[in-house]
Design a protein around this ligand. Structure first.
Ligand code: ME8
Length: 640
């Protein structure tokens, strides 16, 4: 019997386009949803937009349009972005929908019915700002002016109040009985101490705002935006309608995923409303940290919003999804920079994950006639490790510790690389050909890689399909049982082709592009196909400055088996290049030879020596073979 699993994100304000914080939240929820689905659960994943209240009212007024026009426009960006990021939500709720209004009215009706004393009319007094049309908190008022200098007046407004104070003890009891109700535990501690100070009743209607759901029978009041917004989690399931099928199946929610700034609304107000209405409480409020820029929370008011739409356009959704989850420890804050993205992309994806895959497939392709090896193997160190780490991986995924889940996959990936180096399959092949022992070695490598990719499936869904099919595995087999060793078929075709993640020259990239700052909003119908990363334009190619040079001197680099320090003549001077060709060439045989280099690379330090360029060589199973140049070609000649 499959279990039901309901996960929600916060519904995002539609006064502006989504930023990296919204993206992170939806990617996390998506990874959880995909993981639960493949584990066999019946999943419902809800996201949406929060469209009422002052923020939207004001942003629309600034543009001289109606709030619903603003919401209709911005919600399109949300849809387009979630599609682009491969977010697999089952429903998208807008609080301006009728189904939502019915849910909110039903919630109020239930609360009043259970105990008419829980909602009462009262008066709310405070500093009211005419021009901002809002109450300004006491600590932001000086000399009867708000922080922007607008005059404020002491005003009393009649509101409806919710008797939140009555729920102080029931909430504390609930926290005590359900220690995982707020996650991670630091957030639980914060909320508990807040509630322990005693809760005040909450004003749940406004007469100063027009843009909202009118209070039943009192249309001069609108329902407080948080009471309105929180109810989306049940109105989307049909609460307030006659169809309760989804509500019965999916409520209470397993996870409300929200940022740490709004845990309080979800862990205090929301459960209190639900208790008052006699409805079950969600099982968990999971609070993630903030994406920061230069250690400040990104926000519209600080003007430091990060919207890396161009990164997604250029690299596709998967590398960005991977970055978000690998870079941030769930629950903690994390600084964003384009450089950090590119560093992770090159190191983790291009180098570790991508290269290992290409290398393994290439070996299978050339030793076994384009197929997976004919013999499998059931007793080896990779199998033992894969079996040992499976429960670790599942546990980390279960507790939203995605970063650690990926570290677990990397343990296997590192072991695969170690195994290849230790077994030296290229030597084996030279010595004894594609015999049974080589077959086992290569099959083990491919099978272990298959498991690494199955672990990556929720995070990088599209790339995982591609990697599995290149490996000769079934791209649809990513379920719980596919983490078990022994499933890669023998003698089925593999596909040796271009790298999955072509390396990026970080310095050139950052220098040439203004990446995420300033942040252009995406076009409204951003449904561009994922870029074909395997092709570049002629212009891009022409940026690479290839030159013939003459090697004037060569020496071994101390403590390195692979590196040689070369002094090359470029036609107008000499420069140093460090090249990884020492296993194939002696320094003596290189002097006087002409080779081709990439002349316009940024300098890089290798074993403490600055290298100014890269020598071109073919690479056969990691061994370099230099490109030959007619000795008559003068040093400095351009190659194109
Ligand atoms: O709060 N880093 O909407 P919102 C990470 N409509 N997450 C961030 C973030 C950042 N820098 N900035 C915002 C609202 N978020 C309400 C929610 S739910 C019933 C109503 C997160 O658009 C934020 O914590 O301001 C929240 O979870 C989500 O993005 C939407 O924020």
């Amino acid at each position: 019997m499959p279990q039901s699993f309901y996960i929600t994100t916060a519904i995002h304000y539609v006064n502006d386009d989504p930023h990296i914080g919204h993206m992170y939240e939806n990617v996390v929820a998506d990874v959880v949803a995909r993981h639960r689905r493949r584990m066999g659960d019946q999943v419902w994943f809800l996201t949406g937009t929060d469209e009422h209240g002052q923020k939207i009212e004001r942003s629309a007024a600034k543009e001289g349009i109606r709030p619903i026009e603003l919401a209709d426009r911005v919600v399109k960006t949300h849809h387009a972005l979630w599609k682009k990021l491969d977010i697999s939500h089952d429903d998208f709720i807008r609080t301006t929908e009728d189904r939502h209004r019915l849910g909110v009215l039903e919630l109020i009706r239930r609360i009043e019915k259970r105990d008419p004393d829980d909602i009462y009319a009262g008066e709310h007094s405070g500093w009211y700002c005419q021009s901002e049309e809002t109450f300004i908190p006491e600590n932001q008022v000086r000399d009867k002016r708000d922080e922007s200098g607008h005059p404020v007046e002491w005003t009393t407004e009649s509101n409806y109040f919710f008797r939140l104070s009555r729920f102080t003890q029931p909430l504390l009891d609930h926290y005590a009985a359900n220690p995982d109700f707020i996650y991670p535990p630091t957030r639980m501690n914060e909320i508990r101490s807040f509630v322990e100070q005693g809760l005040k009743d909450l004003s749940i209607s406004r007469t100063s705002i027009k843009w909202g759901i009118p209070w039943p029978g009192k249309p001069e009041h609108v329902i407080y935006v948080w009471m309105d917004a929180l109810t989306n989690y049940i109105s989307a399931l049909g609460f307030g309608s006659s169809d309760h099928e989804k509500l019965d199946r999916f409520w209470p929610a397993n996870i409300h995923l929200v940022g740490k700034d709004i845990v309080r609304f979800h862990a205090v107000y929301w459960p209190a409303f639900l208790m008052a209405a006699g409805l079950p409480l969600p099982r968990q409020i999971a609070g993630h940290g903030w994406w920061l820029r230069d250690n400040e929370k990104i926000s519209k008011s600080l003007g430091n919003v990060v919207r890396p739409y161009n990164i997604i356009d250029e690299f596709g959704a998967d590398p960005f999804r991977y970055f978000l989850l690998r870079e941030m420890v769930f629950g903690q804050d994390q600084n964003y920079s384009d450089e950090a993205f590119l560093a992770r992309y090159n190191a983790d994806l291009a180098n570790d994950l991508g290269n290992t895959l290409s290398r393994a497939i290439k070996m299978s392709d050339s030793y076994f006639g384009g197929k997976t090896p004919p013999t499998a193997c059931d007793d080896n160190e990779l199998k033992r490790l894969a079996t040992e780490i499976e429960p670790d991986y599942l546990r980390e995924m279960e507790t939203l510790a995605f970063q650690r889940a990926m570290d677990v996959a990397w343990r296997l990936l590192t072991a695969i690389n170690g195994y290849i180096v230790a077994r030296e399959p290229w030597k084996k092949f030279k010595e004894t050909g594609a015999d049974e022992s080589l077959s086992r070695v290569i099959w083990n490598v491919l099978e272990a890689l298959r498991i690494v990719w199955v672990m990556m499936a929720p995070v990088m869904p599209a790339t995982t399909r591609e990697a599995l099919s290149r490996l000769g595995a079934d791209p649809d087999r990513i379920g719980a049982d596919s983490l078990t060793w022994g499933q890669l078929a023998n003698s089925v075709p593999v596909r040796a082709t271009d790298p999955l993640f072509p390396r990026i020259d970080t310095a050139a990239y950052i220098g040439e592009k203004k990446m995420t700052d300033p942040t252009p909003a995406p076009p409204e119908t951003t449904q561009a196909a994922a870029p074909d990363q395997s092709k570049i334009s002629i212009d891009e190619f022409m940026k690479v400055d290839l030159r013939v040079v003459e090697i004037r001197a060569a020496e071994k680099v101390e403590k390195s088996k692979k590196l040689l320090k070369l002094t090359v003549f470029t036609g107008d001077g000499e420069r140093t290049i460090v090249a990884g060709i020492a296993t194939k060439y002696t320094p003596e045989e290189l002097v006087g030879r002409k080779v081709v280099i990439v002349a316009n690379l940024n300098p890089a330090k290798l074993m403490g020596i600055e290298s100014n360029g890269m020598v071109l060589a073919a690479s056969i199973d990691g061994e370099a073979s230099l490109l030959s140049v007619d000795p008559a070609v003068p040093a400095g000649t351009k190659v194109k």
